[in-house]
Design a protein around this ligand. Sequence first.
Ligand code: SF4
Length: 628
Amino acid sequence: MDLRDPAFREPFLSSLPHSPGVYVMRNAAGQVLYVGKALDLFSRVNSYFRASGDTRSFVSRLPSEMADLEIWVTQSEREALLLENTLIKELKPRYNVRLRDDRSYLMIRVQAAHPWPRFETARGLPQEDGARYFGPYHAASAVHFFLSFIGRYFRFRTCSDAVFATRRKPCLQYHMGRCEAPCSRNVDAAAYRRRVEKAMLYLEGRFERLMRDVRREMKQASADLEFEKAAQLRDLLFALEKCAQPQQVITSDFVPTDAVGFVREGPHLSLVVLEIRQGQLGVHRQMVVEVPEELYDAEILSTFLFQHYASRTETPGRLLLPFAPEAAADLAAWLGEAAGAPVEVVTTVVDEAHVRLLRLAEVNAQHRLTLHNELEVEADLARLSTRLHLPGVPKRIECYDISHSQGKDTSASMVVFIDGRPAPRLYRQFHVRDVAPGDDYGALREVMARRLEHVAEKNWELPDLMVIDGGRGQLRAITQILSDLQSQIGSDLQSQIGSGEKNGLDLSGVKVISLAKQHGSDGPPERVFLPGVKEPLPILPGSREMFILVRLRDEAHRFANRARTRRQEKTFSSRLSEVPGLGPKRVTTLLTAFGSVERIRTADPAEIAKAGHFSLDLAQKILAFLNA
Ligand code: SF4
């Protein structure tokens, strides 16, 4: 794979995830050109290849220089910032600003000894001046991110010492609610100092302790009827919860830990090693390799681990694995010998932080594999066509998922893949109208009729392949439905358009299959049913082309679930106004304050009462309604 070739680059870039993370660009010789972080990897990396107004000289050279791109998905922008910092130090990319001398270091400086400290950017190494320093940070954007969070939630002065000493009236910062104006107003110095301590905990990443303090103070403020202060603390708590989530994935005991992600699809195996050092995500390893179909996962994992750690100079104190490798005890003993101390090899992970780390490793392995697979979709489609005995390579594939909400509100989700890739702009939801609850065949019939009518009415193209979630029964039903509809809709169309053709709707080019999970069996978990073929085709780990079908079906489930959640949110918000005393205005106020019905549902009654400016009694009624 060489991303200098647009034929490879375009599909590769279009399948990047919309997740926060870090990207590493390399040239054909494997040298690292640039390391960057993004809140949305898809948008950021794609922007380098569009006319984005980025005038940095290296950007124009990337299309001809960048041959490989590695991405690391993180769970927040903050985590991406820290990882970017680590990788820049480690990899020394050609186009990142180098820290050639001390003056290039970017730090955050806190005048801890000043009675009214401020947080500011500093360049160069820490000085012996009584101040506290945090960093270094490689990007000004990192410093800006941390300082703007502190400015918004802790409200310290931002003015220079000289201005502070002479100022007699608050400046704009005070009027914007960003500073309490200790320059000219009577501000509680002890409370200011306590906030400084909290902000320093934030910069150190010690969120748990910080959240505990904030929670305690918030309760006290509520008890003292200081509602404005309690609301400010609540906002801080929400913001900290967001920051703290990714931090929880990091081990708190500072044992050097490696977490391994293992994802196998067809002949390809994606392996990722996350390294956690000093409680932070560190450098990693990731690879996609081809493995013979007959090798067991436990055997492959064991071989990989022995090879990986034989080439490493550092051995972790703990190894988190998704499952037990072959010869696990030998591996632990061998690693312990290399480390000079016992190494904990964990194969059944229970600690919550460890579970999250393994999950992050798996997510990264999955993304790497998806990007790798993207480049081989055309070849997979051709193989799929042969396996399914199709007349040609299917250009448009549709998959349908029928779902209900507690037996009611039946709907069908249609997802479409064009040339083997998802085409979300063509996804559709059908709300089933004329069928009794639970009648899935009836629902399928109605949806098919409506979908086929759109061929003439809305110029919808017919699919080359239609995939139904289910076994032989569902396949038989859909084949019958399509056959009935062909004559029914076909003759309707013919009479409408007065065509001289024999049939207004030709479904002969539409092939139909079904895909079912096999439960309670040792055999392959997924099977494909073909019309007129007695035995279903198993989806074996080695048959990568068949995983297009699994991806398609999973996408249909995901789309259906998302649509269902949205419908529930809509129903709840419209029904909320049925609670006596809660009109549309108050519903809007609540939704604005909490962002979603789900968040209201899990909130404290006092919080709801405060946000909606009404009584505790009404807040409790709302909760009773939402939790009924
Ligand atoms: S309000 Fe006063 S203390 Fe605050 S930034 Fe402005 S001048 Fe400084």
